[in-house]
Design a protein around this ligand. Structure first.
Ligand code: ADP
Length: 251
């Protein structure tokens, strides 16, 4: 098991958001956290990365509690792509190279540069490599952030709405790429996503968050119309396409 989350509680200013969350993710698996706006998906990702400190519970990555680790040790294991990226005056190349920081010794190595080059190619950022990221579109910036997380070589990738600024083709490309990385490198990914159909197409497993806990969880084929009605308060019909559920809202 790469990620094991148990009994996690977190609140802002005394207001409970996560009351008792548990989930786990195996090697080679992609989990999607689903649920309506404000339910605590981003908060949960930030707890898993120890950016936020839960009030109770444990978060084990590869059998070690991240809540007891130094930030650099966490960064060697966990890559995080936030929903919004800071626009600093830095080239895309340098921004991706920053992902190697947890592994850097005294200076940049051949391997570091090779990995950054590889990420730039595979993300189709070739022509933008020397462009400053404060002059990029939201979608381009989002790709840079994914590149930075990939070169970090994490065991666990956390992706908060990784396709929110991307068009259909770029969304499909990025999610296919992430899925390939997760499978081939035997790592894990946990993502949040608003678009249910995109989420169900790429993820292996889901959890629905409601009321601060896991409302339901399972394999993608286990998603039901009742769950969605209960969690999002909207009636839906579930069709099937190539073995995957397709959610059609009914009103
Ligand atoms: P989601 O990602 O599911 O949309 P969030 O994790 O962003 O939800 O937010 C969960 C709840 O916590 C919301 O009610 C939100 O208003 C609140 N919240 C988020 N960030 C903060 C913060 N920094 N301070 C206080 N409340 C916050």
């Amino acid at each position: 098991m790469i990620l094991e989350v148990n009994g996690v509680k977190f609140g802002y200013n005394g207001k409970a958001v996560l009351k008792d969350v548990e989930l786990d993710v195996k090697e080679g698996e992609m989990l999607v956290i689903l649920g309506p706006n404000g339910v605590g998906k981003t908060t949960l990702l930030r707890c898993i990365n120890a950016i936020l400190k839960p009030k109770a519970g444990t978060i084990m990555v590869d059998g070690k509690n991240v809540l007891k680790m130094e930030p650099k040790a966490i960064a060697r294991r966990v890559g995080y792509v936030a929903q919004y990226q800071a626009r600093t005056r830095m080239t895309a190349f340098d921004a991706i190279l920053m992902g190697r920081k947890p592994h850097l010794r005294f200076r940049t190595s051949e391997k570091d540069l090779r990995m950054v080059d590889g990420a730039i190619k595979v993300l189709g950022l070739g022509e933008l490599a020397m462009r400053h990221i404060d002059e990029m579109s939201g979608g381009e910036l989002q790709k840079v952030a994914v590149g930075r997380a990939l070169v970090q070589e994490p065991r666990l990738l956390l992706l908060d709405e990784p396709t929110s600024s991307l068009d259909l083709k770029n969304s499909m490309n990025i999610l296919s790429l992430i899925k390939r990385v997760v499978r081939e490198h035997r790592v894990s990914a946990v993502m949040t996503m608003h678009n249910l159909n995109t989420a169900l197409r790429f993820a292996d497993k889901f959890v629905f968050l409601k009321g601060g806990t896991i409302h339901s969880a399972g394999e993608i084929r286990d998603v039901s119309a009742d769950m969605i009605k209960d969690v999002y308060d909207i009636p839906v019909e579930i069709l099937h396409h190539k073995g995957r559920p397709l959610v059609v809202p009914l009103n």
